[in-house]
Structure formats: C-alpha cells, structure tokens
Design a protein around this ligand. Structure first.
Ligand SMILES: Cc1ncc(COP(=O)(O)O)c(C=O)c1O
Length: 371
C-alpha cells in the first residue's frame, strides 16, 4: 500500500499555480522603480474599485492597516476601542502600539463575529472606535453594527484580513464601515509573495491622512507635519503580483466556497458545528468547525494525514503579555469558541480526492466514537 501524502491546511504552490507572476515581476525589475510607483497606483485603483469604494491606500501589512486606520480616525493613547477577543490579537497589537486600550466585546454564537447586542452595551462605555473582524471569511452582521456605531457617533473599522471578496446585498467587505483594513499575507485569499496590506475608504480626507502617515508623516518630502507617521509602504513587486491575482480572486473564492459546501453537507448529521454560511457572505478563508474534545479529533485527523490548526487557541483578553485587559461584559462565547474551534484544509487547487479524504477522516472519527 502506498502511503498517502499529508494534506496541508493551505498550499501556496497550488493557490499560485497558473498565474503569470513572472511577467508581473519582470515588469517591475525592468522598470527599475521599486517603491510607490505605477504598480502601486494601478493596484490601489483596481482594489478600490473591486471593494466598491473611492480610495485604497496600500501599506506594508495588515497590522499597520489597523494601526494607521486608528491613527487616521484620531484614536490616541488612553482611548478605549471595542473589538472582539477571538481574532488572533491583531487589533490588540495595533491598539497597544498607539497606547489605546482594547475593550473586549463578546461574539455572536452563530457567526463568531462581533455580537450586535454585546456591542450595544460596550457603546455605553464610549469607545473612540469599534473594530469588527470578518473572521474566517465570514461577514459580520456589519449592517447592524454600522447602524449602532452611526447612532452612537463612533467610527467602525472593518478588519477584512480574512474576508477579501465576501459580500452581502451587492456590497463587499471593506465598504460597509468608515474604513476597511486588509492583509495580503501569502495565505490570505488575496495573498502577495511576502507581506502587504491596505485600507479602503470612501472618505477622501481619511485616505489622505493615512497616505501621509504611511510615509513618515510627511506633508512633503522631509517636512514632517503629522505626528505618528511610520514607514509602511507596499512595494512595486508585491503590487504587480496582487494586481495579477486580483483578477482571479472571485474564481478562487468560489472554489473555496464549493469545498466548504461539500464539507458542510457531509458533516450535517455529525456532533460538531459547521460555519454558519457557505454563501457569498463567506469568502471561505478558513473552514472552522467547533468540536468538543478537540485534541483527540486533531490527533485522529493527523494519524490519517490531514493537517489541522486552531484559529485561535488563546482569547485576546487572556494573553499573558497584557494581564490587565478591559472587558465590556462576559466573554463566554469567545472563551468557549477558543477551546473548541479547529480549522480543516481549504485552499484553491485542493483536489476533489483531497476533500473526500478530509470528509472520510472526519466522519470516521465520529463513527468510531459511536461504536
Ligand atoms: C484578522 C486579521 N487581522 C489582521 C491581520 C494582520 O495582518 P498582517 O499579518 O499582514 O500584519 C491578520 C493576519 O495575519 C488577520 O488574520
């Protein structure tokens, strides 16, 4: 019997197969222009149009996108910012760099994204902004979150690092709130061949402030007119690669969703919880189950050559580096999710046979538990 190859959680080789990335990189190399040039302008215009907003400002990574979005909105040291605690501490990282204080809010039990009810309570604590993460590729209840934020006069930041292309009612992630923040880390639905990030917004003044902040706070060369600036630029090579990949994003997202649909259908009668949606409002970034006894489940899958991961095992308010976390109320759903979530392989280029192997492996775990 031949040993079966391990199925990875994600494969860059497969996700990038079939793209003409060499033509994109050759163009940049031949131009001898590497930072803030025509490729960046082209990508920013293309991505703004894709998201459905007037402005995209490209940046060095997704964490900078969150930080500069917050700074652009005027968030400062000591301000509270409401955010979920189950999304990998990226918002926490950006907030602590500013000296602002994360105010952790519980998530909805179905979608695992920011709970509208819990946010209502948090808004009474007067946060300076709200960050809603479209976790795993699932759009949050962003229309209702935006309504509550507008009524309270608090800006809404969408963290779209996992949800490029997720849409509802003809609107895409990154166009519902005051500003959207994206990462183009290689494993993302729209991934570069290195780090990258961007913000998207319909607010031209806000976009202008972030353009200044991404380059030292310069009003013009060597005149630092705005405090809090940094060096956070997407380079021309990554911009050229991202423009090439953007034209295939919807096709790749459709493939991710079709894998997710096969999983959800196959797992419907098992003692686990599947993602709430496999429709257009789900970009299929991660396929995350909730399983009691997760360690035994993962060990079983590993024995059958199936990779799994946990996104994320430690809730933000329990991270050891920041023991004095502020919470807006009980975080029971967040904490329960952290101990039961487990991600299965899902990526463009995953074969039908691989999907079938994952399904068989998951089923065999529950069948052996029954007998
Ligand atoms: C939800 C979320 N927000 C923010 C980030 C930060 O992006 P980056 O790694 O590009 O800084 C990530 C990714 O790693 C993410 O998954």
């Amino acid at each position: 019997m031949t040993e079966q190859k391990t199925i990875p959680l994600f494969s860059a080789a497969r996700a990038n197969a079939g793209f003409d990335l060499k033509a994109a990189t050759d163009r940049v190399i031949d131009s001898h222009w590497y930072v803030l040039g025509k490729e960046v302008e082209r990508f920013e215009a293309g991505f703004a149009q894709y998201v459905g907003v007037d402005h995209c400002v490209s940046l060095a990574n997704g964490t900078d996108a969150l930080e500069l979005a917050l700074r652009g909105l005027g968030v400062k040291r000591g301000d509270l910012v409401a955010t979920a605690a189950n999304a990998g501490f990226y918002s926490g990282t950006a907030l602590h760099r500013i000296g602002a204080i994360p105010l952790y809010v519980d998530v909805d039990d179905q979608s695992l994204t920011l709970s509208v009810t819990a946010l209502e309570q948090a808004l009474t604590m007067r946060p300076a902004a709200v960050i809603a993460t479209h976790l795993y590729g699932q759009l949050a209840d962003v229309e209702n979150l935006a309504k509550r934020c507008r009524a309270a006069g608090v800006p809404l930041i969408e963290d779209c690092a996992q949800s490029h292309g997720a849409a509802r009612g003809g609107m895409r992630a990154g166009s519902f709130g005051d500003i959207g923040c994206f990462s183009f880390y290689p494993t993302k639905n729209l991934g570069a061949l290195g780090d990258g990030g961007a913000v998207t917004t319909g607010d031209s003044a806000l976009a202008g402030r972030i353009r200044v902040l991404r380059q030292y706070g310069w009003a013009q060369k060597y005149t630092v007119a705005t405090a809090g600036g940094c060096n956070s630029r997407l380079d021309e090579l990554q911009a050229a690669i991202l423009s090439e990949k953007l034209s295939h994003l919807d096709r790749q997202n459709a493939q991710r969703r079709s894998i997710a649909r096969r999983y959800s259908k196959a797992f419907a009668s098992l003692a686990l919880r599947c993602p709430v949606s496999t429709d257009e409002d789900f970009a299929g970034h991660l396929y995350v189950l909730r399983v009691e006894g997760r360690d035994a489940f993962r060990a079983h899958l590993k024995s059958l050559g199936i990779s799994t991961e946990v996104h994320y095992p430690i809730a933000d308010h329990l991270q050891p580096a920041y023991p004095d976390a502020r919470i807006a109320g009980p975080l029971a759903i967040t904490e329960a999710a952290c101990s039961s979530v487990v991600s299965l392989p899902i990526f463009p280029g995953m074969t039908d046979d691989e999907v079938a192997r994952v399904i068989d492996a998951v089923r065999s775990y529950f069948e052996s538990a029954e007998s």
